[in-house]
Write a protein that binds this ligand. Structure first.
Ligand code: SF4
Length: 402
């Protein structure tokens, strides 16, 4: 036990150092403890890390999670992703940013946006794109987020140098996720439609690992074929061999027309199998497996698109999450506060993935495969039927929905 969970004492110290937790409902605390127990806590740069979708247990960001979310019933954002550019040398067939266009946000707009997002409750911030490293001000933007927000970078690894990695870590970057979809070079390069994508990813992993004080993960989009052929274990074993901290997994989402096909959407049986696989790997503890459908599954926190999660693309368009090509407003025309108010009035938390469930409606309203404009998004939402809360929110709100 001691070898498997080497930071037990520090974990308990950090839990006990937050006596306000006692004010949360016992059922909610019990749920969180049971959830925590599913992971091996890793210590990186003095930070006690559960996984990269949550702030470290001993961080200021975790304190904000407790005070502003756990102990407050006001609807607030917790997670945001911001597109730092739409440019990317790769061209993935499933890319959720396809066909997004406009004038990109300036650096000062991004910095103001981050400040406003934190005021709305955000304690976890993901930098995405396009390829976010193509934004020449990424270090300055990272620095602006302060030390009370867990910062994560999603990158292909293109443009990374050892110096840039060092600068990002110094600026406050906590987690990195390098895109890698397969253990076979030719398959990864084919999916990304970019020769050399696989080698670029491996080089970036080495650069971040050599820093030694940053949490390094891979983010992988699992194809339907990989799920059907039950190849995920083989892939995870390959990732263990890379010596990284975490495998962040999601399945291909029906965000773009090519994937609006029920045969390509993950089944509930496949999701449940991945949830079980995650729990097994995490008990073994060689790598943290962090499958989106585990965190966002009905057994845990459910889908919080537009409720606690938000995505602002490089052009300032605001979507409920990265996988939902619809806009609820643009931060160049309205404040993020106003847009979030509109969004949250339409998006209650629910147990199932919004896009997996509603892509047919998206297809119905889609014009030329562009993301839905605001009026079409609102019209589509009139037809959406939201389901019950996931387990955490049933306990947290103390009731079923309705
Ligand atoms: S729509 Fe799906 S991918 Fe987006 S936040 Fe909800 S569960 Fe996650």
């Amino acid at each position: 036990m001691a070898a498997k969970y080497p930071h037990q004492i520090e974990i308990w110290k950090s839990i006990l150092s937050r006596p306000q937790m006692i004010l949360a409902k016992p059922a909610v605390n019990l749920f969180l403890l049971r959830y925590l127990k599913k992971f091996k806590i890793r210590k990186v740069n003095e930070q006690l890390i559960i996984h990269s979708h949550l702030p470290p247990l001993n961080s200021k960001a975790y304190g904000r999670f407790i005070n502003q979310h756990l102990l407050s019933k006001a609807p607030r954002l917790s997670h945001a992703q911001v597109g730092l550019t739409n440019a990317c040398p790769q061209n993935c067939e499933y890319c959720y940013n396809k066909n997004r266009t406009g004038k990109t946000m300036e650096t000062d707009q991004i910095i103001r946006l981050i400040k406003n997002l934190k005021e709305l409750g955000v304690f976890w911030l993901g930098f995405t794109g396009g390829e976010p490293l193509l934004n020449k001000d990424i270090v300055k933007i990272t620095e602006s987020a302060g030390d009370d927000c867990a910062l994560k970078l999603f990158t292909t690894g293109c443009m990374l140098t050892p110096q840039l990695a060092k600068d990002l870590q110094r600026a406050g970057l906590l987690y990195v996720s390098i895109s890698l979809d397969h253990w076979k070079e030719e398959i990864h390069d084919r999916v990304r439609r970019y020769k050399g994508a696989f080698q670029t990813a491996l080089t970036a992993i080495d650069i971040f690992k050599n820093l030694g004080n940053i949490h390094v993960g891979v983010s992988a989009v699992l194809s339907k074929k990989m799920l059907e052929n039950q190849e995920t274990e083989q892939f995870l074993d390959f990732l263990i061999g890379l010596g990284i901290h975490e495998a962040w997994l999601s399945e291909t989402k029906p965000s773009v027309d090519k994937f609006w096909n029920p045969d390509l959407v993950i089944s509930e049986e496949e999701r449940v199998a991945l949830v079980a696989l995650q729990d097994r790997y995490n008990q073994e503890g060689k790598i943290t497996v962090n499958y989106l459908g585990h965190f966002e599954g009905k057994e845990h926190f459910g889908c919080n698109a537009g409720h606690k999660m938000i995505y602002i693309d490089a052009f300032g368009e605001v979507s409920p999450c990265v996988f939902t090509p619809m806009t609820m407003g643009n931060i160049k025309q309205e404040s993020i506060q106003e847009i979030y108010k509109r969004m949250t009035s339409h998006f209650p938390s629910e147990e199932s993935c919004f896009i997996n469930k509603n892509y047919r409606l998206l297809q119905k309203y889609s014009v030329d495969n562009q993301p839905l404009c605001l009026s079409d998004s609102l019209a589509m939402l009139q037809e959406v039927q939201f389901g019950p809360y996931a387990k955490f929110f049933r306990l947290y709100y103390g009731k079923e929905k309705g």
